[in-house]
Design a protein around this ligand. Sequence first.
Ligand SMILES: *Cc1c(COP(=O)(O)O)cnc(C)c1O
Length: 360
Amino acid sequence: MPYFRTHTEINLEAIRRNAEAIKAYTGKRLIAVVKADAYGHGMIPVAEALYPVADMFAVATVEEGVELRQGGIHKPILILFSSLPEEAAQIVEHQLTPTVADWESASRLNVIAPTVVNIHVNINTGMNRSGVRWTEAAAFLNRLKTLERLEIEGVFTHLATADEADKSFVSVQLERFSSVFIGRRPKMLHAANSAASLSISASHFDAIRPGLSLYGVYPASEKPIALEPALTWKARIGWVGSISETEGVSYGLTYKASRQTRVAMVQIGYGDGYRRALSDVGEVLVGGVRCPIIGRVCMDVSVAELRDAADVSVGDEVVLIGKQGEEEITVGEIADRAGTISYEILTQIGPRVKRIFKNQ
Ligand SMILES: *Cc1c(COP(=O)(O)O)cnc(C)c1O
């Protein structure tokens, strides 16, 4: 029997159902964002699971796009960010859809492309990390039309505050975006990440571009549709012990027992992506009971206090994220406790953590 010190279980059926639900909710085409190894869920199996529902896939880098092609993904693949000069040849070779936001990249592609290359143009409407400034976008789009091998398939922008309660800057960005197309509208406009897909219908245009929500994680407090978390993260008990009042635990002895306490070492540490910020504030599930992480999270192991968890032995399963019995720890909860966001928790689950795919 295969065994694991720590592993994640990825429910591919849940990812597909989430995608279907989000697509149905907006009624638009779906650009499924599978960058950063599908937010830690495994890019190729996730893309395969999403194949029937995704109209297009999106990744951050050309390297990720090539990996999808080599994994047998033949649908359009959008590279969300401008690529490097050296990457133009690979874009053409693997028929990736680049994001273009400067004239030099556009003309380079036009020179090397043997046939027509579909491109998407990124318009900067206030995020200020990439794209052509909205005031210059109409002129840029016109100039691009002189490049005979480039086909402007899509034009998009990215929203800076879609996950915040105050949507006023979203309106500013959407107005700037729409102002570019007065009188001439390209084929495919898109702007909505997960937060905007779920809460701002004015941002839906022709296609939505969700990532996080596909994996069943809400980007903000709005929950207009039911999503199912796709990832469960487990580890194993490696040692069980008992300490007396005033004794400390782990490096620096930051935790001190206030009474006789049963403790267990869990085989998970920051070397696996279980964040050190969870020292003395994390919680894990043991025997269906919430148990606090006590003392510092180490590179390979952590220690939990076995409050009401009975009969714990070496080898028992511990749930770090997900359900056990009646209890559940969500990615959002772990992120809050660690002082970060769900995106970072998911994408930092490390290579020592084996991935098991369910419902492939
Ligand atoms: C990552 C990314 C998305 C997806 O964002 P989520 O918040 O995960 O839905 C969409 N568009 C762009 C440009 C991105 O970089």
